[in-house]
Design a protein around this ligand. Structure first.
Ligand SMILES: Cc1cc2nc3c(=O)[nH]c(=O)nc-3n(C[C@H](O)[C@H](O)[C@H](O)COP(=O)(O)O)c2cc1C
Ligand SMILES: [Zn+2]
Ligand SMILES: [Zn+2]
Length: 656
């Protein structure tokens, strides 16, 4: 055997075996950094759980109104996100007579004084002025020179008139007021909820009747015949066994009709089982199955979407923001989805939560994802969605593993609460014109998949598409997704399109998993975060050895889109920088094609310390958060001195 082969085998063994990516020897180094600064080395950023859960950080499920908590590690210090001296936003935008506060305004109205103290511009071109002909940050823009002449703001009226509508959705002041003042007309939701209540009442009446009948027949039975123990020859006083049995029957009825438990066993409310369901294995036995479809709506009226063979960018809290999705669209992804929105926050009219429904013009097949734990909240939130925003589908989150949601009976807890899930889905379908889709996991517990019991029920209510992430709630990101199970689930489906999800990081894997499992399509999450051009690779069936400067151009574009989305004032720039850092906590995991001994890169392998082919490629591979900030400095100008970025994920140490 020739030398090189032997070397390559050794390399395979010494790297793959340990979960390390097979990087060519000539690019390897012994340690990442010469200095011994290890404190801010990123820890593996590969779990969604922490990120999905950050909405609930500080125990505040309503954090939407205060996005400070969002995307921030608890240890993360606040940075300078505003100017030291703040200009009134009306005055900044040139609307001098719009501020009603006059002398009482807490911001300065003195433009001259403000401009004297304002930090220097960061560049010559303002993306908002370029696109819209008017910059909404006005004097506060950090690229002010692009639209400032003779001491005045410049507006390009012609361009403003012809400016395209690039972003849709969000919330209008009218809807916000109606939701906050509880004047929104929920008749449609209420009609459904009433119908459901009627069903519940009928079911309770039927159950009561059955109980009565059983009790009556038991009372009529001779005692000896009801005793099946070996001691049946002993004739007991009839009252004892029968009263025991009565007690037992009563207990069973109690469990099946009265109590709502959470998966952790906490009784959260005492309701009927029709509204909620006892979470236990028995709750999904055929005997207790729900009547799937009520008479209230016709599922055939739903607009049908064709999802088949399309690529789907996963909903990704924080990192799946609109600017990032634009990048993915440009690389050819077909379906995009907003970050998970909480029904409760939407119903409270929280602007930041409604911002998650925003859709860029390039997103031509776009849905939003909603999470909740009460049927009423979900149905009502969907009614508002239907009446106020433009989406192609609404996805119900049945996979979120976070305790906060799970313990209340939402997210992946729905996997074991079929009755409640069906009511939610029927209600959502009743109030929504666009189709309802679901995203779910294999089950709650490890090694105990239950999704196969769910699928016929999803089909029975006419769900347009289901996406199965091939992991359980308990499993989190340990071990790879179970594509064999996904394949089994695909075989169970009839009309419902099934997408598979988990670990796809290359076009080969994409086609292989798709063909082997037979799914209608594949959703990609981390693969898109690590290399958004994966969608192009899938379409062209080739590996793209993208250069560091091409990657840098992509980051520059992201920043342009970020400034357009979050604004060009100090605060908008800070947000753009922070979201770029969050993204970088995935991007740095990309290993350039030309550096790999064996293709393709695998999701569960981490790179050993290595050099890139140029300075920028080396910097981009750095697992150190301070290096990610350096990358942002090259695009957004130097970060404020006290800008610190600590990624949320504190899982396994990258080095260990
Ligand atoms: C940063 C991050 C945020 C996520 N946010 C959501 C979310 O809001 N809703 C959701 O259903 N799944 C969310 N997930 C899970 C992904 O959608 C996807 O199911 C999971 O990452 C597995 O796919 P992958 O192996 O292609 O990444 C998130 C995952 C990550 C990594
Ligand atoms: Zn003012
Ligand atoms: Zn500007």
């Amino acid at each position: 055997m020739s030398e090189p082969v032997a070397v390559s085998i050794t390399l395979e063994e010494s790297t793959r075996g340990k979960g390390l990516a097979p990087i060519k020897q000539e690019f390897r180094k012994t340690k990442w950094f010469e200095d011994n600064e290890v404190e801010d080395i990123n820890t593996a950023a590969f779990g969604d759980d922490e990120v999905e859960g950050q909405k609930f950080e500080n125990g505040d499920s309503n954090a939407g109104g205060n996005r400070k908590a969002r995307g921030q590690n608890k240890k993360r210090k606040r940075t300078h996100v505003t100017d030291d001296i703040k200009l009134c936003p009306y005055i900044a935008a040139g609307d001098n007579d719009k501020c009603n506060w006059g002398d009482k305004c807490k911001f300065t109205h003195n433009i001259e004084e403000y401009l004297k103290l304002k930090p220097a511009d960061l560049g010559e071109r303002c993306v908002n002025f370029e696109v819209y002909g008017r910059c909404r940050a006005g004097y506060a823009c950090r690229y002010l020179q692009a639209h400032f002449k003779d001491g005045k703001l410049v507006v390009d009226e012609e361009r403003e008139r012809n400016a395209p509508v690039t972003v849709k959705n969000g919330i209008t002041p009218e809807t916000m007021a109606a939701l906050r003042k509880h004047t929104f007309n929920f008749e449609k939701s209420e009609a459904f909820l009433k119908e459901i209540q009627a069903e519940i009442d009928a079911e309770i009446a039927m159950k009561e009747e059955n109980t009565q009948r059983r009790l009556a027949s038991m009372l009529a039975e001779p005692a000896s015949a009801t005793t099946d123990s070996p001691a049946s020859t002993i004739v007991e006083a009839p009252s004892t066994p029968i009263s025991d049995k009565l007690k037992k029957v009563a207990e069973v009825e109690q469990v099946s009709t009265d109590i709502e438990t959470t998966p952790s066993g906490i009784v959260t409310s005492v309701e009927t089982s029709q509204q909620t369901e006892v979470v236990s294995e028995t709750s999904i036995s055929p005997a207790k199955e729900e009547q799937p479809v009520g008479p209230i709506f016709d599922i055939n009226d739903k607009k049908k979407l064709n999802f088949k063979d399309k690529t789907y960018l996963a909903p990704l809290t924080t990192v799946g923001n609109l600017p990032f999705r634009r990048i993915c669209k440009e690389f050819g992804v077909d379906i995009t989805c907003g970050e998970m929105a909480m029904a409760t926050n939407l119903l409270q009219g929280q602007k930041t939560e409604w911002a998650l429904t925003k859709r860029h013009a390039s997103e031509d097949l776009f849905g939003i994802q909603i999470a909740g734990y009460k049927t009423e909240q979900l149905v009502k939130a969907c009614q508002v969605i239907n009446e106020t925003v433009d989406v192609d589908f609404v996805d119900l989150n049945m996979g979120c593993p976070i305790d906060m949601l799970f313990n209340k009976g939402g997210g992946s807890a729905l996997l074991d609460s079929h009755g409640k899930m069906l009511k939610m889905l029927r209600g959502m379908q009743h109030v929504l014109d666009p189709p309802v889709t679901v995203k779910f996991r294999t089950g709650v517990k490890d090694n105990h998949p239950t999704a196969h019991k769910l699928v016929p029920k999803l089909e029975s209510v006419g769900i347009g598409m289901g996406t199965l992430h091939g992991r359980s709630r308990q499993q989190r990101y340990t071990r790879l997704a179970d594509w064999d199970y996904i394949k089994g689930i695909k075989r169970l489906t009839n009309d419902m399109a099934l997408f598979g999800n988990g670990d796809v990081l290359s076009w080969e894997q994409y086609y292989q998993q798709k063909e082997e499992s037979g799914v209608d399509g594949i959703m990609i999450g981390r693969g898109a975060l690590i290399k958004p051009w994966i969608f192009e690779e899938i379409k062209t069936r080739r590996h793209w050895d993208i250069s560091s400067s091409e990657r840098f151009d992509m980051l520059k574009k992201f920043c342009d889109y970020g400034l357009e989305h979050w604004g060009t004032d100090t605060m908008g720039i800070n947000s753009t920088r922070r979201f770029l850092c969050e993204w970088q906590s995935f991007l740095y995991r990309y290993i350039p094609v030309g550096l790999l001994e064996v293709l393709p890169q695998q999701m569960n392998e981490r790179p050993p310390p290595y050099y890139g082919r140029d300075e920028l490629e080396t910097l981009m591979a750095s697992p150190r958060a301070s290096d990610w900030i350096k990358i942002t400095d090259r695009i957004l100008g130097p970060a404020p001195e006290d800008f610190k970025f600590i990624p949320k994920h504190k899982a396994n140490s990258f080095e260990g």
